[in-house]
Design a protein around this ligand. Structure first.
Ligand SMILES: Cc1ncc(COP(=O)(O)O)c(C=O)c1O
Length: 389
């Protein structure tokens, strides 16, 4: 494993959401942050070099996303995900969340129903509600420590008149990487009931156990033409502060409408550092990514094993992402007391399960994208606090 990943970088006083908001969020400075989805790991050296070079140029005028960048993205998707896209399908954006907002404005009208699969990444709720669309949920089924899609419920909801479906694949927070069979079933139902697919695949590159991520748009031309796929190098390469992402929009009319919508809000250009980072990541970042996946899989495994010894908490086995969903329901605490236990007794700063939906009651989310020693420290603190109970 790369020695780059052994030492915890100092992140306090860097205007880091994860580190510099600890006191505000958890009430004390000595709570160990293991929450928001960025990594306590230095970026790949080729990306760092590209950013230094770009900074040394010392001119930051208006930027272009050119054919070379499109080719780099196209090559990445073919090489990593076996998806042969056309360059003209790419639209750049400062983030996946802004893209999803634009997409909702374009493919639905006020009052339309939009479906999400809960528990899910909290901004999905706002994306639907902030544009006066109706939120419809298709809760995931939790059986024997694993999550599955309830297809009967999905079809019932579609029959009632859903206009768009925001899919999260790989799924944050439950860590599922949806199988080809699952994706084919969802695609078939979308086509049958004329539901537009918005597929958030930001975690696509972070997959474990030799599994493969399948972009839903790669399944067939039919579903591809009815899908906007959101992707980004920011989770994969720890670049969230550089605000760079892209969407794959095969339908020309929707693509033109999306571009018009972006212009309306002045979002026509990426920042220069984001472009440099995307280019370097997708050109020279793969060996760093291989090392990262080794680290993340190892951290996931030690976490699962540590809690296998404890009946109180189960760490759900994530197939992808670096976010682990902790089932703490056996602790027998109210949700408020569970949160208090984690922050005041264990002194770890996790994401509140309920922020992902009511199905998250009794659950917390832990970020394991840090040096192993740091993750181990967080596990030890939880176990020591459990021992004191
Ligand atoms: C599923 C999912 N989508 C989107 C985002 C954020 O995307 P962006 O920062 O590009 O808006 C996250 C961040 O954790 C995420 O987990």
């Amino acid at each position: 494993m790369s020695s780059l990943f052994e030492k915890l970088p100092k992140r306090e006083n860097t205007r880091s959401v994860k580190w510099d908001m600890v006191k505000t969020l958890y009430g004390a400075e000595d709570v160990q942050p293991m929450w928001v989805a960025d990594m306590d790991l230095p970026i790949a050296e080729p990306i760092r070099d590209a950013l230094v070079n770009r900074a040394e140029h010392a001119i930051f005028g208006y930027t272009l996303t050119d054919d070379k960048l499109n080719q780099t993205v196209k090559d990445w998707l073919l090489r990593r995900h076996n998806w042969d896209i056309k360059k003209e399908w790419i639209i750049y954006s400062p983030g996946v969340i802004p893209t999803l907002h634009m997409a909702i404005l374009n493919v639905t009208n006020p009052g339309d129903s939009v479906l999400i699969q809960t528990p899910v990444y909290p901004p999905f709720y706002d994306i639907v509600k902030s544009h006066d669309r109706k939120l419809v949920t298709n809760p995931l089924e939790y059986k024997n420590g694993a999550y599955e899609i309830d297809f009967d419920d999905l079809e019932t909801k579609f029959k009632q008149g859903v206009k768009a479906f925001i899919l999260c694949n790989p799924h944050n927070p439950v860590g599922r990487v949806w199988s080809k069979q699952d994706l084919e079933k969802m695609a078939a139902l979308c086509l049958q009931y004329d539901v537009f697919m918005l597929s958030d695949e930001i975690h696509a590159d972070l997959i474990f156990d030799g599994k493969k991520h399948i972009p839903i748009g790669s399944l067939s031309n039919e579903i591809n033409n009815r899908t906007i796929t959101c992707m980004s190098p920011t989770k994969t390469f720890n670049l969230a502060g550089l605000n760079v992402s892209y969407a794959i929009v095969p339908d020309k009319d929707i693509r033109v409408a999306m571009q018009k919508e972006y212009r309306k809000y002045g979002m026509t250009m990426l920042n220069a550092m984001g472009i440099a980072a995307l280019d370097a990541a997708y050109t020279d970042g793969e060996s760093w990514l291989d090392d990262l996946l080794t680290l993340l899989e190892h951290n996931r495994n030690i976490l699962i094993e540590a809690f296998q010894e404890r009946p109180e908490i189960t760490a759900i086995r994530a197939e992808g992402t670096y976010l682990i969903w902790l089932d703490c329901t056996n602790m027998g605490l109210s949700h408020e007391d569970l949160k208090k236990f984690m922050q005041e007794e264990a002194k770890v700063g996790l994401n509140d399960g309920v922020s992902f939906g009511k199905e998250g009651e009794g659950f917390m989310r832990m970020n394991i994208a840090s040096p192993t020693t740091y993750v181990q420290e967080g596990i030890n603190k939880i176990i020591a606090a459990l021992d004191k109970k």
